[in-house]
Design a protein around this ligand. Structure first.
Ligand code: BES
Ligand code: ZN
Ligand code: ZN
Length: 522
């Protein structure tokens, strides 16, 4: 065990970057300012072209060919393109850059078969990603409703992201102005809400992309404290000593092998008049080596992403507070670094979770469920109406669902709400079962439950869900409606960027969780 120690310059810089959007939020919204450094304006006509600007025109399907969608370009100029020979595609988000008028650039973006909020969010996200070297993007795309217009802005904000903290010589994105040619109108409140949520997604990505040598439990605590400052959010931190004295044996057992001690953090937003309560619990393994059940070298790469759940619930709670959503919301960050050492938990060790249940740890690499068991138990002590946990819990989730869908398990009541919120937000979730017949696999010879079934490969994601369910209980009132999101697949995009999704951390579930809070509050 080591004292938490001081944070050196790198870490301070890291926290500063992670929290840098906060100060921009307190600025008054006299102009329509979205996303730190991105000014958005609406125009009925195409603004004058310049070298610094890119004009974005849509490409849509026309029979078996493609054509430019309705636009405001000079008609002679627009009809001069032979789209087929230029290899222009109508696939959502595919982009072709051409020389435009007056030294500007024309970006032709595929809009897919039919415009929808989801396709627009993706195509405009791709536009923002691809046009980072321009100062000004002009969208000359015929959005057909305000919902689509807002989805376009959201996609653009989400796509306008880069993580270059560790590339000091890299050229920064220049994109600072967005003009949308449209007669549709969005209110500044609507735009501000988009900015708040996209900023929360960006901050989640920043935390998750940060390497584990600079981001460990105490750094997450500092980041949480800093971002919550100035907001009506209460924050409580359990030190390693507190974890032991308060019976949080899961988080402690996972973190005790590391020189960087584990923590539990509770953030609470309790606006007056709130009728419903929502507790969010996040897996925050800042690095998952597997512990003594050590991962093979290739599987260990990427395990800095194992704190995505904690980062997502933290930033969602902040966004909920910034948006003043009238719901009582809490976020529980279960923070530990899973390391092998002389002080680490061994296979066969028996630990005790906060709710009194004992767990035989048969595989120290199934550590997420151990920290979440404590987090869920603690959350249940407040008797929330709804309880949602978010975790990069199992490799099996990626085997079952690939890298874009989150696995969704739990009670019918909570499932329905999360499914609806995800659909509104435009994130992909898939309802998976919790089959009763798998539960006996977790029977332990000497403890209440084991954390895995050794040698079993069937239904790994579902067994993770069944384990967590044991810790959703209420001794006094009715059980909260619970949902579990296994985000092992979509937390990190290790293939090429697409739509508004960059390579690396995606910030997945933040938009769903904020939407869930909105839905439950209304
Ligand atoms: N953090 C991993 C799950 C994971 C794997 C996330 C790949 C993202 C990509 C988790 O702690 C883990 O190691 N789970 C084990 C569980 C098993 C021992 C029952 C797994 O998936 O192999
Ligand atoms: Zn693990
Ligand atoms: Zn893990």
């Amino acid at each position: 065990m080591q004292p938490s120690g001081h944070l050196d310059l790198v870490k301070l810089k890291l926290i500063k970057r992670i929290t840098s959007h906060v100060s921009s939020l307190s600025n008054s919204w006299n102009t329509i300012v979205a996303m730190a450094n991105l000014k958005i304006s609406f125009s009925q006509a195409l603004p004058a072209h310049s070298r610094a600007s890119a004009v974005v025109v849509g490409v849509e399907v026309s029979g078996r060919a493609v054509k430019l969608s309705k636009n405001n370009l000079d008609s002679k100029f627009a009809s001069s393109f032979d789209l087929a020979s230029l290899g222009v595609s109508s696939d959502v988000g595919s982009i072709k850059k051409l020389a435009g008028p007056n030294g500007s650039v024309l970006a032709l973006v595929g809009l897919g078969e039919k415009l929808s909020s989801d396709s627009v969010r993706d195509s405009m996200g791709a536009v923002a990603r691809e046009l980072g070297s321009f100062e000004h993007a002009v969208l000359d795309v015929p959005f057909s409703s305000k919902t689509q217009l807002l989805a376009a802005v959201e996609g653009f904000l989400l796509g306008n992201y880069e993580y270059i903290t560790y590339k000091p010589k890299a050229e920064k994105r220049k994109l600072s102005k967005l003009t949308i040619v449209t007669s549709l109108k969005a209110t500044s409140a609507e735009l501000k809400a988009l900015e708040v949520v996209s900023a929360a997604v960006h901050r989640t990505r920043d935390l998750v992309n940060a390497p584990a040598n600079d981001l460990y439990p105490e750094v997450m605590v500092q980041a949480a404290k800093k971002i919550a400052k100035g907001l009506p959010v209460k924050i409580k931190v359990w030190s390693e000593k507190d974890l032991v004295s308060e019976g949080l044996g899961g988080i402690h057992a996972v973190g005790k092998g590391s020189n960087r001690p584990p923590r539990l953090v509770k953030l609470e937003y309790k606006p007056s008049g709130a009728k419903t309560s929502l507790a969010l619990v996040g897996k925050g393994i800042t690095f998952d080596t597997g512990g003594l059940s050590l991962k093979p070298a290739e599987s260990m790469v990427g395990m800095k992403y194992d704190m995505t759940g904690a980062a997502a619930v933290l930033q969602s709670l902040i966004a909920i507070a910034e948006l003043k959503i009238p719901i009582k919301a809490t976020a529980w960050l279960c923070l530990a670094e899973n390391m092998p050492s002389g002080g680490a938990t061994r296979p066969n060790d028996v630990i005790k979770i906060r709710n009194g249940k004992t767990v035989e740890v048969l595989n120290t690499d199934a550590e997420g469920r151990l920290v979440l068991a404590d987090g869920l138990s603690m959350a249940c002590e407040d008797s929330p109406d709804y309880l949602v946990d978010v975790a990069t819990l199992t490799g099996a989730a990626t085997i079952a669902l690939g890298n874009r869908y989150s696995g969704l398990m739990g009670d019918e009541k909570a499932i329905k709400k999360v499914e609806a919120a995800a659909a509104t937000a435009g994130e992909l979730v898939w309802h998976m079962p919790l089959p009763e017949e798998l539960r006996p696999l977790l029977n332990s010879d000497i403890a209440d439950i084991a954390n895995v079934k050794i040698g079993n490969r069937a239904g790994g994601m579902l067994i993770g869900g069944l384990f967590l369910r044991e810790f959703v209980e209420s001794k006094t009132t009715t059980k909260p409606a619970w949902a579990h999101l296994d985000i092992a697949g979509p937390a990190n995009n290790d293939s090429a960027p697409y739509g508004y999704t960059p390579k690396g951390a995606t910030g997945v579930t933040v938009r769903t969780l904020v939407q869930l809070a909105r839905d439950l509050a209304s």
